[in-house]
Design a protein around this ligand. Structure first.
Ligand code: KIV
Ligand code: ZN
Length: 524
């Protein structure tokens, strides 16, 4: 069976459209906000990964959100760029249309709740009013683009008859993709499969649209529910890198894609994802947000292909398929984790970056990374892949408003620790000097003196990037200000420098977040 889609042309029934919402639903989760530069890097990496649709943001939310959607639409080619809007918000839809003007292919994604609970308590609207809004929202969106998606928020807890009516209204008024989210992660796979099968069977015009699944992970069922939706006839899946997203997150892109590829015998479905780039994109996101995945995370966790037990190791050596259902290389793991040393040249460094999924660095970023790699190689005998990732991730921060210029520390058992810190703040150099209970306390106080703020420290943790006494320290800092939560990460062979970098990373994110509207201003 085939079908004509305004953005994808002829779509065959075995092709799954990968809709990535890392930059919208993912970015909505506490601590995961990104600045414009970081969003552009992520969007570029997603396009190279082969994602079909990139949901770039919610333009009406703030000037910053509008700017990032517009910028992604202008610069990122290859994928459809999508902007979110409330079905009832005329200004939302106009802002989405405006932000997408320069996109090669742009999609407006409008949504409104359809469950009895949401209509009664959140929207305080009668079902008939909701149907009117679905009609007007989709009609208006079609004035800006032929590619319109409509979502029934809390769709999986919606009465089946009403859901059928709502979907019919959306299709009649121009929606080309129909998304049925499990907004609160409540459903189980059999229910999800049945919802899609029912809609496809009962709704007039269902054969002219693509059905889409969007599953949250509150019960850990996000990926299982997404696979069930595909079995029910959905052909678009909404997902995020590393499964980030509201609360417990969204279904993880890398897990869905590898389940479809590894179990093609069962699903018979394909995607356009270049799977060997999965690890690189996962690491890029972890570096930008400051949130690493847990070691046992499927596909991209550092233990995902590590065989600890002697019996397993023996089996893998005899025949990898005994304990490996996919090859590590197929998702981007390279066989040697030890890489370069101080004698390694530019060509070797460039090759290594490519193999690690960083093929898209500009020449300027590459040269900057190479210079910092050389500095690091002078301090450490061997530089591992994880060292290089930490280094590249920090390199993306060159446009941040507050930059670390210099730091010197005096510490010991007798006197309080003393810090002299020099920062560049919006291009102005500022030096402060202070003492504290230990060098980390002193450095955080010094940052507070240089850039006064009300944020409180919610988390401070240090891990080593690799093994050995010369390993880089990887510090995570969480700051909280008026309900806004941000995490920052910093890496350096000096633990105090790494802590300073992490604190500044978080503070820079807070500056970005302050420009956004408060959640209550955005309530539908
Ligand atoms: O979870 C949800 O319902 C959403 C919609 C806006 C699609 O994110
Ligand atoms: Zn969601």
């Amino acid at each position: 069976m085939t079908f004509q889609h305004p953005s994808f042309g002829t779509v065959t029934d075995d092709r799954v459209i990968i809709f990535d919402t890392t930059l919208r639903d993912g970015e909505q989760s506490p601590g995961f906000s990104m600045n414009l530069d970081e969003k552009l890097r992520m969007a570029r990496a997603l396009a190279e990964l082969g994602v079909d649709v990139i949901e770039a943001g919610f333009p009406v939310a703030s000037g910053g959100d509008f700017e990032s959607v517009e910028s992604i639409a202008t610069h990122i080619k290859g994928a459809v760029i999508c902007a979110l809007a409330r079905s009832g918000g005329v200004r939302d839809i106009e802002a989405a249309g405006e932000a997408l003007k320069k996109a090669e292919r742009g999609r407006i994604h409008n949504f409104i709740s359809t469950s009895p609970l949401h209509m009664k308590y959140k929207l305080r609207m009668e079902p008939e009013t909701v149907l009117e809004i679905i009609a007007s929202g989709n009609k208006l969106a079609r004035q800006f683009t032929d590619d319109v998606e409509w979502s029934a928020e809390d769709g999986c807890r919606t009465e089946p008859d009403f859901l059928c009516r709502a979907v019919e209204v959306a299709i009649k008024n121009g929606a080309t993709t129909i998304n049925i989210p499990d907004t609160v992660g409540f459903s189980v796979p059999e229910e999800i499969e049945a919802i899609f099968a029912m809609l496809r069977e009962r709704v007039p015009g269902a054969d002219q649209v693509i059905f889409s699944a969007h599953n949250h992970n509150d019960l850990g069922l996000g990926v299982a529910n997404t696979l069930a939706a595909l079995q029910g006839g959905a052909r678009q899946v909404e997902c995020t890198i590393n499964g980030i997203g509201e609360r417990a997150g969204n279904a993880a892109l890398e897990e869905i894609v590898m389940a479809l590829r590894t179990r093609k015998d069962r699903f018979g479905l394909t995607t356009g994802i270049a799977t060997e780039r999965l690890l690189g994109v996962s690491r890029l996101l972890a570096g930008i947000t400051g949130f690493d995945v847990q070691p046992n995370k499927a596909i991209v966790g550092r233990n995902a292909f590590a065989h600890e037990s002697g019996i397993h190791q023996d089996g893998v050596l005899k025949h990898a398929a005994t304990y490996e259902i996919m090859t590590p290389e197929s998702v981007g793991w390279t066989s040697s984790s030890m890489v370069l040393g101080k004698h390694s040249g530019r060509a070797a460094f460039r090759d290594k970056l490519k193999a690690m999924g960083y093929a898209d660095l500009s020449e300027e970023a590459f040269l900057d990374a190479f210079r910092r790699f050389k500095d690091l190689a002078d301090q450490k005998k061997v530089v591992f892949e994880d060292d290089i990732r930490a280094l590249i991730d920090e390199g993306g921060r060159v446009n941040e408003r507050i930059q670390l210029i210099d730091l010197s520390v005096q510490a010991g058992t007798v006197h309080p620790s003393k810090i002299v810190l020099t920062l560049s703040i919006d291009g102005q150099t500022k030096t402060v000097e202070t003492t504290g209970n230990g060098p980390v306390d002193a450095v955080f106080k010094a940052i507070g003196l240089a850039c006064p703020h009300q944020a409180t420290l919610g988390l401070f943790s240090v891990a080593n990037v690799t093994q050995g006494t010369d390993a880089q320290a990887l510090t995570t800092v969480r700051l909280e200000e008026n309900g806004r939560l941000v995490d920052g990460q910093g890496a350096d062979v000096d633990t105090v420098v790494s802590a300073a970098r992490a604190y500044l990373h978080a503070l820079n994110k807070l500056l970005v977040k302050r420009q956004r509207k408060a959640p209550e201003e955005l309530a539908s």
